[in-house]
Design a binder for this molecule. Structure first.
Ligand code: ADP
Ligand code: MG
Length: 429
């Protein structure tokens, strides 16, 4: 009986651990035999109590592998050797959790815990080390994801995400004197019903791209543009888009190990408006990366276009398919990487910081940390640094609204520039 209720709680798909069923049946048989025997009748209450305690104990055990959406396969995989020994995965994927969760395959894309932690197992340099293959992953493997997300983002177990895309709530802008070359703000978005990049099936990826092709035709005014699939794109065109900082590239070892480059380049592409100020990446690390960017330092203007663009894409997807973006009460907009949960927003400027460059990367990193910023090279996260120009962006994604994060970036860049002038003087630049 108890396992029936568990099956109901488990979405009807959880399969009870066989050993547990057998143990309960043995106890039940024992109860029937004992109570059927007249000489044992006097002991019936004691036996019932003992059996009840036994069943309670087994229930406790069997309640543990609660599967929300997925199917539990019979066998659990051997506990892997996690190369990234200091990662959040190493800390939170214990043998006990592994034994409970490693036999689960998620419903949407057949994702497993082994696939989720592939990066941490394979490489020794991961901080986080886990990706989700679908929305189910966050639920079915919540015993692993929840503590990792809470620790990474510094949120409490009962926190809720709030979004604010209202440009009028931003105060000020990057000061005119700051040598900012360009501004770029991106968010990630995922459409409900499809797997996330690490898990998405080939068929889902193509269906998702097809949906986007038709959704893009609905964008109007300065947002209207053209979709360019990666398949069949001329090499010179592709390279130019990469050099101009518009397009993603393949070859990131983390994305590869996490299964995000399966069937490359099929189902991937880029949409952009005529001015290349509004862009959407399709099926890279996230199903969608919605991007607003332009030369100069007008962060507010870029944010305002982004807000309209996100709404335009969301409305078009809804009109074409009846599907919404994946939005979780606790974790905000869902992404394949838990570090992007919440806003999924990275607001960056390319800015010259000669003083800080002279001071050195460790010092810049340390200062940015205190300002809740993150420095990157100008060729993207895995592309490296060039000269004295840096990509400075908000560090946080979850636990703050989009407006708060953009505000933090604006204020932080103004501060870094003030300090840079002092450092230039110090180094005689
Ligand atoms: P993300 O993962 O946040 O989309 P990446 O670090 O992978 O960003 O970089 C993606 C591309 O965006 C790279 O070509 C990078 O140079 C470009 N980029 C990032 N910020 C800016 C900016 N402020 N101005 C111009 N290009 C930018
Ligand atoms: Mg990236």
């Amino acid at each position: 009986m108890f396992h029936m209720s568990r099956l109901v709680r488990g979405g009807g798909l959880a399969v009870l651990n066989r050993a547990t069923v057998t143990e309960v049946n043995v106890l039940r048989r024992g109860l029937t035999e004992q109570t059927g025997n007249a000489s044992s009748k006097a002991f019936a209450p004691v036996i019932t109590a003992c059996v009840g305690a036994g069943i309670f104990y087994l229930m406790q055990r069997s309640w543990k592998p609660l599967v929300v959406n997925g199917t539990q396969t019979e066998e659990t995989a051997p506990f892997p050797e996690i190369q990234s020994t200091h990662s959040l995965v190493a800390k939170h994927v214990t043998k006990e959790k592994w034994d409970r969760l490693s036999g689960i395959k998620t419903k949407t894309s057949g994702f497993t815990l082994a696939k989720a932690i592939a990066c941490a197992v394979e490489f020794d340099d991961q901080h986080c080390g886990i990706y989700a293959g679908d929305w189910d992953s966050y639920k079915d493997f919540s015993d692993v994801f929840d503590p990792i997300i809470q620790e990474y983002h510094g949120i409490s177990a009962d926190s809720k995400h709030t979004s604010n895309m209202n440009v009028d709530d931003i105060k000020g802008n990057v000061d005119a004197e700051v040598p900012v070359k360009s501004v770029r703000i991106r968010v990630g978005r995922s459409i409900d019903g499809f797997g996330l990049s690490p898990g998405i099936t080939k068929e889902q990826r193509l269906e998702m791209e097809g949906l986007m092709k038709s959704a893009f035709t609905k964008l109007e005014g300065d947002l209207s543009g053209t979709y360019f699939p990666l398949t069949g794109m001329e090499e010179t065109v592709r390279q130019q888009l990469v050099d101009d900082h518009f397009l993603f590239v393949s070859g990131d070892k983390n994305l590869q190990a996490a299964g995000m480059e399966r069937d490359w380049p099929e189902g991937r592409g880029i949409f952009h408006n005529t001015e290349k100020t509004f862009l959407v990446w399709v099926n890279e690390e996230d199903q969608l990366r919605i991007i607003s960017m332009q030369m100069g330092s007008d962060v507010r203007g870029v944010f305002e276009r982004l807000a309209r663009g996100i709404k335009g894409v969301g409305d078009a997807v809804m009109e074409k398919s009846g599907k919404d973006f994946m939005l979780d009460e606790k974790y905000g907009y869902l992404h394949s990487c838990p570090t992007n949960l919440g806003t999924g927003m990275r607001a960056s400027v390319h800015v010259d910081l000669p003083g800080w460059t002279k001071e050195g990367l460790p010092a810049l990193k340390h200062r940015c940390e205190a300002l809740k910023l993150q420095p990157r090279g100008t060729r993207g996260e895995s592309g490296g640094q060039t000269g004295k120009t840096w990509d400075i962006s908000n560090k946080h994604r979850l636990g703050y609204s989009e407006v708060e994060l953009v505000q933090c970036m604006i204020d932080g860049v103004n501060t870094l520039w003030k300090e840079d002038k002092e450092l230039q003087a110090k180094h005689g630049l």
